[in-house]
Structure formats: C-alpha cells, structure tokens
Design a protein around this ligand. Structure first.
Ligand code: PLP
Length: 468
C-alpha cells in the first residue's frame, strides 16, 4: 500500500513514513493510492468480532508490510484496554429510526481517544525500531491536547509539550491534561488566546533549526493514521445494526472534517452508506458550501461546542482530491485561489457530485441548548453540546424505511458540564475512572505570550530530560 499527496508534488510513501511525516512536503495530505475493498460477504464475515478484532481486520490492509501482524494486534489490543465500555463504541437507540454511536468511552471522554490511542502507540513502535525520538508540540483549545497527552504519557520515544490558553479551557479539560504527571508530559499555560498558542506552535515548526534539533512532530487531525483508526467505528456501528443488509445515514458533528472523511473512506471500502450529514455549529463554512456551492471564509465565533469552532476544515482537501479526479496540481491551484480570495467555487459538476455523499446542517447556540433539554426530557439521555448537534441533524433528516440513521456522539456530557447543566438542569457525572479528577495533583508551567520564552523553555526542559 502506497500513499500519495493530494497536491501531487511529494514522494509516494509507505505507511510508516506517512505516519511520522504527517503533512506531505508539498503542503498536501497523504491518502491511500487505492481503497481496500470489503464485499457484502466480507462484511458478513466481520459479524461477531469484538471491537479490537474488527479494528485489526479493517486497518491491516492499510499497513502494507510495514508492521508485522502480531505486533499490530498487540498495539490495537493495548490501545483499547483502558476504555470503560466492553463494546468500546456501543450503539443506543434514540428514536424509531435514529441511533447513537457513543464515541466517548476512552480515557479523555472524546472520540479523539479512538484514534490517538492507536496512532501514538504506532509512533512509539516505529520510532523505537529506528532508534529515534520525537518531540510532539501542539496547541489545544481542550480536546486534542488531553487526548494526545493521555496517549503519549510514559512512551519512551516521545516528549510532549502542549500549549493551552490560560484560563480559557474548561476545568475538566485542564485537569485532564495537568494531572498527568509523567516525566515526558509538559503542560504550558500561555497568557493568551488559543490563536496565540497556535501561532507559536506554527512558528516553532517554521524554525528549521529548532525543528530539526529537537525532531519536532505533530499528531494533528491531518495525520492519515488518525483517519484510518476512525474508519473502524463506522464499520462497527453499521455491522451492529445490520450491515451489509441495511443502509445507513451518518450524522457527524464536524470541525476539521477528519471524522466525517473517515466515514467517506468506509463508504469507499464498501460499507453501504447513503449519506453523511455534516453537522456544524455557527461556524458553518461547510454547511454554507453544501447549500450554495461556494466556499467562503468567515471569522470564527466562539460557541458552546469549541472543538467545532474552525474557520477552514483541513481534511476537506482529501475529498477535493477525489472530486478533482486525483489531480493534485488542480487541487493545489484551487486551494491557492481560495487562500488569496477567501472564496471559491469548485465547479457545478464537482459540487453536485459531493451532494451525492454529503449534506450540510447548521445548529445555532440557542438550538443547541434547547435540544439538550428537549432530548433529555424525551429520552432521558444527556448529550454534550457537540454530540447534540449530530443528534439534531439526524432527527430532521427523512429516510426510507430500510435506512438506519446513526448520529455520532463525539464527547461525554461530563466533559462540558457547565453548558449541559445550564441547558438541562442536570449535572452530568464524570465516569468512574475520573471521579477523583478534582482531587488530583496538577503540574503545569505558566508562561507569557512570548515565542522566545516558550522556545527557550522547551529547549531547557529537553536538556534537563536528556541529562536525567
Ligand atoms: C474534534 C471534535 C469534533 C470535530 O471533529 P473533526 O474530525 O475535526 O471534524 C467534534 N466533536 C468533538 C467533541 C471533538 O473533540
């Protein structure tokens, strides 16, 4: 299995190199050269497997011969060992034709655990084989940082530095990061905004000397291996509910388009999915695009679902690559125009082709709060402000009688207790493994919003760790 860049200007790579590279050298994203195929009978053969067994079967074709089967099986089994539900991603019925797939049973209560727990172990495995170490540096508004830290803690080949905006992440999110006391984990609270943090991370990666000296790396949502691990729960949920003999519609709370693109990949592999509802909050660039055929940028506004507060969805480029018939030069040209003019049409034919697979839906802050309350009163189920957006999008979508709608619940309600309690009057309880979160010791360093101080701090810590 070879991987190719969506801008056709970088070398083709094997899985292990794509894993460590993240972004392609031409600025593009890596995608597999072809999709592994699962026929109806192949899908029937997957029935009865547990989540880990299914995950191995779905992901193995993507690895080529880069990782021995047994080692990969150990990695997958270890990755999901600490999830707090035996089914890992249980499905629950919410209405006549609407189901929910719960993707919040990992250590940090959001779906990012499902990919990062696998991807970071793969990183560690490949690095150790090569005798290399990396420094992962990232900025977070909450969810990604905690999931990355939890996955990276105590891994031999990895140091991790996560910048978060001081006082601007929820107490639960902060504590999920700062109570991880492993020596290779470094939390930096920056006196600034999330954008300040992100700009500093970009500058650190842009500084070639710093990047090469410390072997900087990222595990952000454009990493192919994260998409790969997310394909699994689409197969899992659909098979649980009758695939390949039923058809499905998935409603997906969307930010960077990584999660819903993994669903699109599952469809290319043979899973019978009729449509994806791309559900957004008031940051609705994708919804406006699917409605109008024009993609145009707008400033980000803060909402109740911060992990979906994005201006541009980076993984959308992977879909564009297919709609441009895998002509990377044409993709690069279109994206360049978009960057210059902040607005673009990709052509009527391409837009129509995308509408075959996708439809957009937008949920405002007021609708989010009302829906958390209404769904709780009607069903007894409490949803967080991200998941409820998928539920609302799923509820409004009409389907034929042989089609099952599945909304992805991307975070546990206790991860966003303030918003949930304000909307519903109910305080969502943390799951058992986190009940003492507020008694745990925290460790973090506070730094001013100053690139030099932050880079010196990172270099200093790395020197200390090397000496130890
Ligand atoms: C990251 C995140 C999303 C958005 O997912 P994308 O893959 O970026 O589209 C939605 N909900 C939650 C809770 C998240 O953490």
């Amino acid at each position: 299995m070879k991987y190719i860049s969506t801008r056709s200007g970088a070398p083709d790579l094997a899985f292990d190199d794509v894993l460590l590279a993240g972004l392609a050298r031409d600025g593009g994203l890596y995608v597999p050269e072809s999709w592994p195929q699962f026929s109806e009978n192949d899908i029937r053969d997957l029935r009865g497997l547990n989540y880990q067994e299914l995950a191995i079967r779905i992901m193995l074709p993507f690895l080529g011969d880069t990782i021995p089967d047994d080692d990969f099986a150990n990695i997958v089994n270890d990755a999901y060992a600490q999830f707090d539900h035996p089914q890992i991603a249980p499905t629950k019925q919410l209405g006549d034709d609407l189901w929910v797939a719960e993707l919040f049973h990992g250590p940090t209560l959001a779906f990012k655990d499902y990919s990062l727990q696998v991807v970071v172990r793969l990183f560690d495995y490949v690095l150790k084989k090569r005798g290399e170490r990396v420094t992962i540096v990232g900025a977070t508004s909450g969810d990604t940082g905690s999931a990355a830290i939890e996955a990276c803690k105590d891994r031999d080949a990895i140091e991790i530095f996560i910048l978060h905006p001081k006082g601007r992440v929820s107490n639960v999110q902060r504590r999920q990061m700062t109570t991880v006391l492993s020596a290779n984990v470094h939390n930096i609270a920056v006196d600034g905004t999330f954008d300040d943090c992100q700009d500093m991370v970009k500058s650190l990666f842009g500084d070639e000397g710093f990047r090469d000296t410390h072997n900087l790396s990222a595990v952000n949502s454009i990493n192919w291996a994260r998409i790969m691990a997310q394909i699994v729960y689409y197969f899992w949920a659909a098979i649980e509910l009758g695939a390949p003999d039923k058809k499905f519609v998935f409603a997906v709370p969307t930010g960077n388009f990584g999660n819903v693109y993994a669903g699109y990949a599952a469809k290319q592999m043979g899973l019978p999915i009729e449509k994806f509802i791309v559900a957004s909050n008031e940051n609705d660039i994708l919804t406006r695009f699917f409605e109008s055929g024009t993609m145009s940028m707008k400033p980000v506004v803060p909402t109740l679902s911060p992990s979906m507060d994005i201006q541009i969805s980076s993984n959308f480029e992977r879909l564009l690559f297919d709609r441009y018939d895998r002509d990377g030069k044409a993709v690069a040209k279109a994206l360049d125009e978009f960057r210059r003019t902040q607005s673009i049409e990709f052509g009527q034919g391409r837009w129509q082709a995308m509408l075959e697979d996708f439809e957009g839906y937008r949920v405002s802050n007021d609708e989010t709060k009302a829906a958390i309350r209404n769904v709780y009163e009607a069903t007894g189920e409490l949803f967080d402000p991200h998941s409820i957006i998928g539920v609302v999008a799923g509820q409004q979508f009409a389907v034929a009688s042989d089609v099952i709608k599945i909304a992805l619940a991307t975070a546990h309600p206790a991860k966003f207790p303030t918003a949930v309690e304000e909307a519903s009057g109910v305080h969502p309880e943390l799951p058992a493994h986190l009940t003492n979160l507020f008694e745990r010791k925290e460790r973090l360093d506070e730094l001013p919003n100053d690139l030099n101080l932050v880079s010196n701090f990172i270099a200093g810590k790395l020197a200390e760790r090397k000496a130890a």
